[in-house]
Design a binder for this molecule. Structure first.
Ligand code: ADP
Ligand code: MG
Length: 254
């Protein structure tokens, strides 16, 4: 039975996609069976890791009723499958408006393949619309990447959204981790934000922080994970450490 994890933050540009793609690649490299679902119509995770050689089906088809096996493709990373997204997926909110149970389309769609993977990771867009809510309803837990300037504000908004989802649609949902990204421990602001998060959320905050690293920003252009593109970089070391910390939290062996 797969563990389903969604990477959410109401803020954009906080490294949701960078974390989803590189954590997915890191877990696949540890021999885990991983499915990465790109649920953002901007399709950045897809352009990072989806070879896009064929006119494949996308998450839009999945939401319109295509069986899940037909929308899963191999990614550029060995052992990592992907459901790609596309700009046209943005219209799904309108299409679903009149549907009953529109928040649980993804949860129901995942049922047939839950035994095929160890981990299902969902990358999301920065909003509280019906698509990210679908991800929160399908997930066992949410990982929240935060960037210092808006970290505390973002966390209070995320806690409210998660509480609402827990009270209505997905009582089992938990915050699996908060990840400080583009983190520079030399600045006073970064240190203060880390201390505040530790005080408010304790051990939910990952010990691992992701430093600002230009190699991470370059990966998408080369259509590779950080492990493939720059295995010696500080970015690769950080996402490797995060992968190991996540696996330890989940009680997974290497
Ligand atoms: P989100 O998905 O939350 O919008 P992204 O993962 O797309 O955020 O990251 C936003 C931008 O910052 C992208 O251009 C990405 O390449 C870059 N980026 C992400 N993490 C880092 C990092 N640790 N160091 C440098 N650049 C980063
Ligand atoms: Mg993104």
């Amino acid at each position: 039975m797969a563990r389903t994890v969604t990477i959410n933050n109401v803020k954009g540009g906080v490294a949701k996609t960078t974390t989803a793609t590189n954590l997915a690649a890191g877990l696949a490299r540890k021999g885990k069976r991983v499915l990465l679902i790109d649920s953002d119509p901007q399709a950045n995770a897809s352009s990072n890791l989806y070879p896009g050689l064929r006119a494949e089906k996308t998450i839009k088809d999945l939401f319109q009723g295509t069986p899940i096996n037909e929308v899963i493709s191999p990614s550029v990373e060995t052992g990592l499958d992907i459901i790609p997204s596309c700009l046209a997926f943005s219209t799904i909110e309108l299409e679903l408006a009149a549907h009953l149970a529109r928040e649980t389309v993804l949860k129901r769609a995942l049922k047939p393949i839950e035994e095929n993977y160890d981990i299902i990771l969902i990358d999301t867009q920065p909003s509280v619309g019906v698509i990210p809510i679908n991800a929160l309803c399908a997930a066992d837990e949410v990982i929240i990447p935060v960037h210092e300037a808006y970290a505390l504000d973002a966390m209070s908004q995320m806690v409210n959204v998660i509480l609402q989802v827990k009270q209505t649609l997905n009582p089992g949902l938990v915050i699996g981790g908060i990840l400080l990204t583009m983190y520079d421990p030399r600045t006073t602001l970064a240190k203060e934000v880390r201390e505040r998060l530790l005080k408010n959320f304790g051990a939910i905050l990952f010990e691992t922080t992701i430093p600002r690293n230009i190699r991470l920003a370059e990966c998408p252009t080369h259509k590779k994970s950080i492990f493939e593109y720059a295995p010696e970089s500080a970015g690769a070391v950080a996402y490797q450490t995060l992968t190991e910390e996540v696996m330890k939290r989940w009680g997974m062996t290497k």
